[in-house]
Design a binder for this molecule. Structure first.
Ligand SMILES: *[C@@H]1O[C@H](CO)[C@@H](O)[C@H](O)[C@H]1NC(C)=O
Length: 262
């Protein structure tokens, strides 16, 4: 096969995949693409104004799509304003972990710990935990008998994690690199994300060491297809091929111009 034919096949495949998109931009609660190159604000690319603020040694670095946020595992995180409670949600991101294996390491934790608060983190046993205070604790993803374990093999590489939850259906699904890894009945509380921190917890000692990119929060439990599309293409490219009808009403609300990094 010639190179040209191969390219055509690849383009054709991408088109088919992308045209299945059913992501409604209005379901985006926060989209931290971390594409800035300077400054102390991690812009929320949705119209919800959930901009993050860089704290301590948080800095911009090369990411999976454009730039990423790099945290040092000590005094660096990104604060987010009040978000939620959300009855249904999907939270996903690309991450590159560079240390602190065997310690608590936060992806995204609501400040404090009280009914309805989300704590989404790696546990000291290196399992991913998605906890909502006062939801059935024994069944939450990451409880000691959970299937999902991240060990030191994940160090220094980019991986994608997504959690889709519906308090209405009392169901949770965990996707690792776009593949369903674990699912279960879990509920019934909505989850509150902010005020909170990306890469840390207000209680201290749980800082992330490494990078995050394309941290996306939706107020729906997305299907596997949608999660894979966002994982593979990033938010900007995924929304760019949305069916016109859906897009025209919402496009103006999504601030995807990466003016600072291009
Ligand atoms: C992960 O991050 C570290 C620290 O910035 C970097 O050295 C490494 O190359 C990254 N891994 C990948 C696969 O980009």
């Amino acid at each position: 096969m010639t190179r040209f034919t191969i390219s055509l096949i690849i383009v054709g495949f991408m088109f088919v995949q992308l045209s299945n998109a059913e992501i409604d931009p209005q379901s985006i609660v926060g989209a931290w693409l971390f594409d800035e190159t300077n400054g102390k604000v991690a812009q929320d690319s949705s119209d919800n104004g959930n901009d993050g603020n860089l704290v301590g040694g948080a800095k911009w670095a090369k990411g999976k799509f454009g730039n990423a946020i790099e945290l040092n595992g000590k005094d660096a995180w990104v604060t987010v304003p009040e978000i939620g409670p959300l009855e249904d949600f999907t939270l996903m991101k690309w991450f590159n972990s560079t240390g602190r294996v065997g310690l608590w390491r936060c992806f995204f934790n609501r400040d404090g710990w009280a009914p309805g608060f989300v704590h989404y983190q790696f546990r000291p046993d290196n399992k991913m935990e998605m906890a909502i205070h006062s939801n059935n604790p024994v069944r939450h993803p990451g409880w000691p008998d959970s299937d999902f374990t991240a060990d030191k093999d994940i160090l220094d590489e980019w991986f994608h994690l997504a959690v889709a939850y519906s308090s209405n259906d009392e169901e949770v699904r965990v996707y690792f690199d776009g593949e369903l890894d674990a699912e279960g009945k879990w509920g019934p509380l909505p989850g509150a994300f902010g005020p909170g921190r990306i890469g840390s917890w207000s209680g201290g000692g749980r800082e992330w060491e490494g990078l995050f990119d394309e941290m996306l929060l939706f107020d729906v439990a997305l299907a596997e297809d949608d999660i894979q599309m966002l994982m593979d293409n990033g938010l900007e490219a995924t929304l760019a091929v949305e069916p016109a009808g859906k897009l025209t009403t919402n496009w103006g609300e999504i601030k995807l111009g990466r003016t600072q990094s291009r």
